[in-house]
Design a binder for this molecule. Structure first.
Ligand SMILES: [Zn+2]
Length: 303
C-alpha cells in the first residue's frame, strides 16, 4: 500500500512495474467504505423520496445483483493485469512506444481507458443485442448508490473486453489500471447516489468529472435523454462526442424504462432473463421516442 502511495513520485517507469499493488480484499474493503459514506450522504441530503417498501425491495434485488457482479469481476479479474503484463514484456502500446514517464503513463492510462469506457457504453445503446443486456441497469426506477453495480454479467463481459482492448492500445501498466478502476468505481457510486447536489457545485465539478446531476439525465426514461451523457469518469467525451445533455429538470425526470416496471420483470430472475426476452419493451429496433412523461415511477422531488 505504501509502495502504491508513492506511485506519482517514483523515479522510473521500470520500477513502477514492480510497485506493490493493493490486494483484492483491500480494494473491496475500500469500496465498501465509500459505499457506506455515500449511503450516509443519501440519508442526509436525499434528492428524491422513494416509497419505503418499493425501495427496500429494490435495494434487496440490487444487492443480490451486486454480489453476482463482484463474483463475475473476481473471476475475470486476472485478465486485465495479464494483458498489462504482456504489454510490459512485449513493450507494446502507446505508453511504451512513447517512453512515457510514470506521471504521463498515469494520465494517458486514465484518459485512454476512460475513452474506451465511453465507446463501450455508447455501443451498448446503439447495438440492439447489447442494449438487451444494458437495459437491466436502466430499468431501475429508484436510482441510488445501489444502482451502481446493477449490471448484467453479459454487460460486464462486454465492458471488460473494451477495457482490455484499451490496455493493449495504450500499453497501460498494472498500477495505472488499478488506479483507474478505483477512481472509476468511486465516481460511479457518487454519480448514481440519490443526493441533492447544488447545481452550481455540480456544474463546476462536471467541467472535468461526470457528476450526479449529469448522470441522472442518462437514467431518464425519456429516450433522447437516455441516449445522452454516456461518459464514465471524465465528462469531456460527451462534449466531444456531441452527446452531452445539460439537464436535468428534476421535476420532469422519470427513471426507468417504459415496459419494464411490472414486478415480474423487476424480480431478480426477470432481470437476469431480461436480455433474452424478445418481447420485453424496446428490443432490437429503437423506435422513435414514445416515452410517457406521466409514467408511473413514484419519484417525488425533494421538497
Ligand atoms: Zn446507459
Amino acid at each position: 500500500m505504501i509502495g502504491f502511495a508513492k506511485l506519482l513520485w517514483h523515479p522510473g517507469a521500470a520500477e513502477m512495474a514492480h510497485v506493490e499493488l493493493p490486494s483484492t480484499g483491500a480494494r473491496i474493503a475500500f469500496l465498501l467504505a465509500s459505499f457506506a459514506i455515500v449511503l450516509l450522504f443519501e440519508a442526509a441530503f436525499p434528492l428524491f423520496s422513494y416509497g419505503r417498501s418499493d425501495r427496500m425491495r429494490n435495494i434487496g434485488r440490487n444487492a443480490a445483483i451486486t454480489v453476482i457482479f463482484v463474483g463475475v469481476n473476481l473471476l475475470l479479474s486476472p485478465l486485465s493485469p495479464l494483458a498489462a503484463q504482456w504489454t510490459l514484456d512485449a513493450k507494446f502500446g502507446l505508453s511504451h512506444w512513447l517512453g512515457l514517464s510514470p506521471l504521463n503513463q498515469l494520465l494517458l492510462g486514465i484518459i485512454g481507458l476512460d475513452l474506451f469506457a465511453y465507446f463501450a457504453h455508447v455501443s451498448m445503446h446503439k447495438l440492439g443485442w447489447m442494449w438487451r443486456f444494458h437495459r437491466m441497469h436502466h430499468a431501475d426506477r429508484f436510482v441510488d448508490v445501489t444502482t451502481t453495480f446493477r449490471e448484467h454479467p453479459g454487460e460486464t463481459l462486454w465492458r471488460i473486453g473494451w477495457h482490455i482492448a484499451g490496455v493493449f492500445v495504450f500499453g497501460t501498466p498494472a498500477w495505472v489500471l488499478v488506479t483507474y478502476l478505483t477512481l472509476s468505481a468511486l465516481n460511479a457510486q457518487f454519480e448514481h447516489a440519490n443526493i441533492r447536489l447544488p447545481e452550481r457545485l455540480d456544474r463546476w465539478l462536471r467541467l472535468v468529472f461526470v457528476t450526479p446531476n449529469m448522470h441522472k439525465m442518462h437514467h431518464s426514461r425519456h429516450q433522447p435523454e437516455t441516449d445522452s451523457n454516456y461518459s464514465n469518469l471524465l465528462s469531456i467525451w460527451d462534449r466531444l462526442g456531441g452527446t452531452y445533455n445539460r439537464g436535468p429538470r428534476f421535476a420532469e425526470l422519470r427513471y426507468g424504462l417504459d415496459g419494464f416496471d411490472d414486478p415480474e420483470k423487476q424480480s431478480l430472475r426477470g432481470l437476469l432473463k431480461m436480455p433474452f426476452m424478445r418481447d420485453w419493451g424496446r428490443v432490437d429496433a429503437r423506435p422513435d421516442d414514445k416515452s410517457d412523461r406521466s409514467a408511473p415511477p413514484p419519484v417525488l422531488p425533494w421538497p
